[in-house]
Design a protein around this ligand. Structure first.
Ligand SMILES: C[S@@+](CC[C@H](N)C(=O)[O-])C[C@H]1O[C@@H](n2cnc3c(N)ncnc32)[C@H](O)[C@@H]1O
Length: 332
């Protein structure tokens, strides 16, 4: 499982300040209604109706969307280490969790634009970004706009849409992604809930982006159609710690939760470096570690034997979602 990321201290502190004096019982009721709404696939416009709803989202969903997005952007940073975006567009930004995640990874981002159609989210996002230690977030351009008619503007090095396309109808989706790709100077990251439906929609968008000249840098090691067939679907997971309020609002005892997500990252680079990826939790068996990989030739099952000490030593630390990397010691 991908390493967990908690929202950065500054975001957590800003949230704490907003939550000060808020009756937890009311937030708990809102969180429950919101979660029923999301489960019934109602859009945020129906579930987030005022600032209290937005605060309930901040406590119960933001930590998970932050962790998933941070894990995707960290992988982009690993695969394309020379990528150092100066500008960021956060589309369907909600409470700006993707922007906070991007700034933690690339603190040199100088220009940030966020847009969403929800006035409730935008108001709170404005307050959270104001409290950010990152000057670029503090002076971010926060715009009210619809993904189906996104704001025009110059290219941003990195465009991110996290958990936003899931709320767009099938027929509007291609146009939305075309517009986001147009704004992407180098990279477009789409992060969605890790469900078969959202994965299938991402695969359609993946083909569309390839047709538009994009190279899919992550998680796929090739641009051919996804080799997985139903009931399989490509998804990953990240484990995140739950705060006291998070547990209270969810009525849950477990100190952590696992967030499943699917994603693609499209690049404008003609030949991005790509590696096989571990697409299921590694299983430690008697003889070694068993891995399911998506490789350039398709899906591969492989076992790295314990007796192959250098490879085993490297791979046993690997997790679901990591690149397949046997390490320098095992190279010829
Ligand atoms: C589940 S929230 C995700 C928010 C945030 N990106 C995150 O990762 O936490 C979905 C977001 O998409 C926004 N959204 C949905 N449909 C939209 C549209 N047609 N135009 C603009 N924003 C939209 C919602 O207002 C909401 O902020």
């Amino acid at each position: 499982m991908a390493a967990s990321s908690s929202p950065p201290a500054a975001l957590a502190a800003a949230l704490d300040k907003l939550l000060d004096g808020q009756p937890r019982k009311e937030l708990q009721a809102r969180a429950q209604r919101m979660s029923e709404g999301f489960r019934a696939r109602k859009p945020s416009s129906e579930t987030i109706r005022d600032e209290t709803d937005a605060l309930a989202y901040a406590l119960t969903r933001l930590p998970a969307t932050y962790a998933a997005t941070a894990s995707v952007l960290r992988r982009l940073c690993e695969e394309v280490p020379e990528f150092s975006p100066a500008s960021l567009l956060d589309a369907g930004c909600g409470l700006a969790s993707a922007s906070f995640a991007a700034l933690e990874i690339w603190p040199d981002i100088a220009n940030v634009e966020l847009f969403d159609r929800s006035p409730q989210f935008l108001a709170l996002a404005g307050r959270l970004t104001q409290a950010s230690p990152h000057a670029a977030l503090e002076r971010a351009r926060v715009v009210a706009a619809d993904l189906r008619a996104p704001p025009r503007g110059g290219a941003a090095d990195l465009v991110v849409a996290s958990y936003a396309l899931t709320e767009i109808d099938d027929d509007a989706l291609p146009g939305v992604v075309d517009a986001l790709w147009t704004r992407a100077g180098r990279a477009l990251a789409l992060i969605e809930p890790g469900t078969p439906r959202d994965y299938a929609r991402l695969m359609t968008l993946r083909q569309r982006l390839i047709g538009a000249g994009a190279r899919i840098a992550l998680p796929c090691p090739h641009d051919r159609p996804c080799p997985l067939t139903a009931p399989d679907w490509c998804h990953f997971a990240t484990r995140l710690a739950r705060s006291r309020d998070h547990k209270l609002l969810k009525g849950a005892d477990a100190p952590f939760e696992d967030e499943k997500f699917s994603y693609i990252v499209a690049l404008r680079d003609p030949e991005p470096a790509r590696r096989a990826r571990i697409i299921a939790p590694p299983r430690l068996g008697k003889w070694g570690v068993e891995l399911r990989l998506c490789a350039s030739q398709g899906i591969e099952e492989t076992t790295i034997a314990k007796r192959d000490k250098p490879s085993f030593k490297n791979i046993r630390k690997s997790a679901w979602g990591d690149a397949f990397n046997l390490g320098p010691e095992s190279e010829p």
